[in-house]
Design a protein around this ligand. Structure first.
Ligand code: ADP
Ligand code: MG
Length: 266
C-alpha cells in the first residue's frame, strides 16, 4: 500500500507544485511507483507535466464527485510518474462538496481503489485551507510544508498546523507532519537561516535538509512539460530534491535540523 504525502501550504508561490513534480520524478528515478494528484483548480501541476488542462475530458473533479473511479482518469506523464490531473472544473467541486456528508473523505476513498498500484502518492494542495486541502490531509499519512524563508513566513505555518491538528482530531488521526521543506532559499544571507530556526523552535517542527536554493532553472521547467530532474538534471536544485526523495523512500540519511525531536511530531 502506498504512502501518501500531502504537500500543503495555504500561501501561493512557495513551490508546492514544483516540489510535487520534482519529488515525484526523483522517486521515480529511484524505481518507486509514483502517483501525483493535482488538487489545485489552477491545474499548474497538470500543465507543468506537459498536459493541457483545457483539453482534458476527465479529471480529478469527476473522481471527487463520484462519477468515475480514479483508475479511469489516471494518466502517465513523460517523467514516468502517473498523474490524476486537474482542470478548472475543480473550482466548482469545492462548492458541491460542501453540501455532502463525508466531504473530507472523498479523495481518501477514491484513492483506496488504486493505492496498491503505487509506492508513493504525492498530493499537490491548492493555496487555501478549504475542503480540497482538507481532503488532501485526510487522505495523507504525512504532510510536507514547503516554506519560502522570509519574514512572517511562520504565520502561515501556525495556521496550517492548527488545521493539521483539527484533521487529526476529526478525520485522520494517523496524519504526521514530516516537516518544513525550505524552498526558494537564498543562502547568501543569514536571514533565511534565521527564519528557519525561528519556525523550527516556535512550532517544534523539523526542518528537512537540504534547503532547495532559488535558481532560474526552476522557472524554465514547467514550460517544457518536464520537471527540473530532466530539464536541469545536474543542477543543485535537482540534487536537493533527489536527497529529499531518498530520505522519503528511506534510502538516504534523513538529514534533519531544527529543535524538534521526532517524538514531538507523532
Ligand atoms: P506553489 O505551488 O506553492 O504556488 P510553484 O511550485 O508553482 O508554487 O512555484 C511558484 C513559482 O516559483 C514557479 O514559477 C516556479 O517555477 C518557481 N520556483 C519554484 N521553486 C523555485 C526555486 N527553487 N527557484 C526559483 N524558482 C522556483
Ligand atoms: Mg501550486
Amino acid at each position: 500500500m502506498a504512502r501518501v504525502l500531502a504537500v500543503a501550504n495555504q500561501k501561493g508561490g512557495v513551490a508546492k507544485t514544483t516540489s510535487v513534480s520534482s519529488l515525484g520524478a526523483a522517486l521515480t528515478e529511484l524505481g518507486q511507483r509514483v502517483l501525483l494528484v493535482d488538487l489545485d483548480p489552477q491545474a499548474c501541476l497538470t500543465f507543468s507535466l506537459g498536459l493541457d488542462p483545457d483539453a482534458l475530458e476527465l479529471s480529478v473533479h469527476d473522481v471527487l464527485l463520484g462519477r468515475l473511479s480514479a483508475g479511469l482518469v489516471v494518466l502517465r506523464t513523460a517523467d514516468g510518474s502517473d498523474l490524476l490531473p486537474a482542470t478548472i472544473e475543480l473550482a466548482g467541486c469545492e462548492a458541491v462538496l460542501l453540501s455532502r456528508t463525508g466531504r473530507e473523505h472523498v479523495l481518501r476513498l477514491a484513492l483506496a481503489e488504486i493505492v496498491d498500484d503505487y509506492d508513493f502518492v504525492l498530493v499537490d494542495c491548492p493555496p487555501s485551507l478549504g475542503v480540497l486541502t482538507i481532503n488532501g490531509l485526510t487522505a495523507a499519512d504525512e504532510v510536507v510544508i514547503p516554506l519560502q524563508c522570509e519574514t512572517l513566513s511562520h504565520r502561515g505555518v501556525g495556521q496550517l498546523l492548527d488545521t493539521v491538528h483539527d484533521v487529526r482530531r476529526l478525520t485522520n488521526p494517523r496524519l504526521r507532519v514530516r516537516g518544513v521543506l525550505p524552498t526558494l532559499f537564498d543562502g547568501r544571507t543569514a536571514h533565511s537561516r534565521a527564519v528557519l530556526a525561528d519556525v523550527a523552535a516556535r512550532y517544534q517542527i523539523r526542518v528537512l535538509e537540504p534547503p532547495v536554493a532559488r535558481s532560474v532553472r526552476f522557472a524554465e521547467a514547467p514550460g517544457i512539460g518536464r520537471s527540473i530532474l530532466t530539464t536541469a538534471a545536474r543542477s543543485k536544485g535537482a540534487h536537493a530534491y533527489r536527497e529529499h526523495a531518498r530520505a522519503i523512500a528511506g534510502l538516504g540519511p534523513t538529514a534533519l535540523s531544527g529543535a524538534a525531536a521526532p517524538a514531538l511530531l507523532a
